[in-house]
Design a protein around this ligand. Structure first.
Ligand code: SAM
Ligand code: SF4
Length: 319
């Protein structure tokens, strides 16, 4: 499947719920906001598997399950098992805050999960509690350890805002000392609550790390990430710069929100209701034509700081 700019789309991200078990300051409003409790329009297990099958026919090879917090779904094992049976899907990945991961990950792997991205913005217990409005850091660190024991490739994703200090970045980078995991620093995007904060740029991160360490540029660009390595350390440090650099030219992904809306560009409010399209009133040809046409006509570039991006919520889109 290609868009009109010739970009091949082979990566689908599905948000499984907009609800979460924590409330990161840049992502969700505080606990007094009850909007996320019911999630009535959430895609069902069957719909998720049906969508994955449909998109695999269009050339999707990699599926990432995200949220909100995807591990809040009681049917997460079933979803992964179902997707793993689809012949063209080569990789199933999960993006999670890691709080519920430790006890589930072994079975997730058995059911077909290949990789895990764990979001972690600090290694300080008190700071983690503050940034997530109550999260328990120990559980996340235990989950990282468990994944590594099971030989599951782990990437840690961190978004650093002006609520934090350079020390948080140094301490996160230290996680790469004895383990071959990747820690990737992602620039804060002005989406939803992210709009009210200021983020560190990828270059800020590199400058901070270079003051303390000898940083080797690996000159590798994987997906959206540029990689570096601290001399003598096992893991890698990545920067993902959606704000200070544009990587739209090589964008290979589309997203489906937790209520079944296809988003062909992260920054666009325009969506296509896939849940509705699964209805029997559409013939298979009609359904496929509508989806392929929408993807063909997707944005050439992301545009942030519009009234659209302010209205969006990252927990619905899945990052
Ligand atoms: N709850 C899971 C987690 O935190 O990994 C999955 C969903 S979360 C929305 C996915 C990613 O989006 C997280 O790594 C989070 O840090 C990131 N994120 C949320 N809001 C963001 C923003 N405004 N700019 C950049 N990244 C953001
Ligand atoms: Fe939840 Fe992930 Fe958003 Fe944090 S970033 S509030 S963990 S959905």
């Amino acid at each position: 499947m290609k868009d009109k700019y010739g970009r091949v789309i082979d990566y689908l991200r599905i948000s499984l719920t907009e609800n979460c078990n924590i409330r990161c300051l840049y992502c969700m409003p505080d606990w007094s906001c009850k909007d996320f409790q019911e999630d009535k329009s959430m895609l069902t297990t069957e719909e998720i598997i049906k969508i994955s099958k449909l998109f695999s026919k269009f050339g999707i090879k990699k599926i990432r399950l995200t949220g909100g917090e995807p591990l809040l779904r009681r049917d997460i094992q079933e979803i992964i098992k179902g997707i793993s049976k689809i012949s063209n899907i080569e990789e199933i990945c999960l993006t999670t805050n890691g709080l519920l991961l430790e006890s589930k990950v072994e079975e997730l792997k058995k059911n077909g999960l290949n990789r895990v991205n764990i979001s972690l913005d600090t290694t300080d217990e008190e700071e983690y509690k503050k940034l997530t409005r109550g999260g328990e850091l120990k559980k996340v660190l235990r989950a990282v350890k468990r994944c590594r024991e099971l030989n599951i490739p782990v990437k840690i994703n961190a978004v650093i805002t002006n609520l934090q200090k350079a020390e948080s970045i140094i301490n996160l980078a230290k996680l790469t000392e004895n383990d071959s995991l990747d820690i990737r620093f992602i620039e804060l995007m002005p989406i939803g609550l992210g709009k009210g904060l200021k983020g560190f740029t990828g270059q800020d991160i590199i400058n901070i790390l270079e003051k303390k360490y000898i940083l080797e540029n690996l000159y590798t660009f994987e997906g959206t990430s540029k990689y570096y390595k601290i001399e003598g350390y096992k893991g890698r440090i990545g920067v993902i710069n959606p704000m200070s650099e544009c990587f739209c030219e090589t964008c290979n992904r589309v997203r489906i929100t937790s209520n079944g809306e296809l988003k062909s560009c992260l920054s666009s409010e325009k969506t296509l209701n896939i849940k509705e399209l699964l209805n029997d009133k559409y013939s298979e040809e009609e359904r496929e034509r509508i989806i392929l046409e929408t993807i063909f006509n997707r944005n050439e570039k992301n545009i942030f700081n519009t009234s659209d991006s302010e209205k969006m919520n990252m927990n619905k889109i899945g990052g």
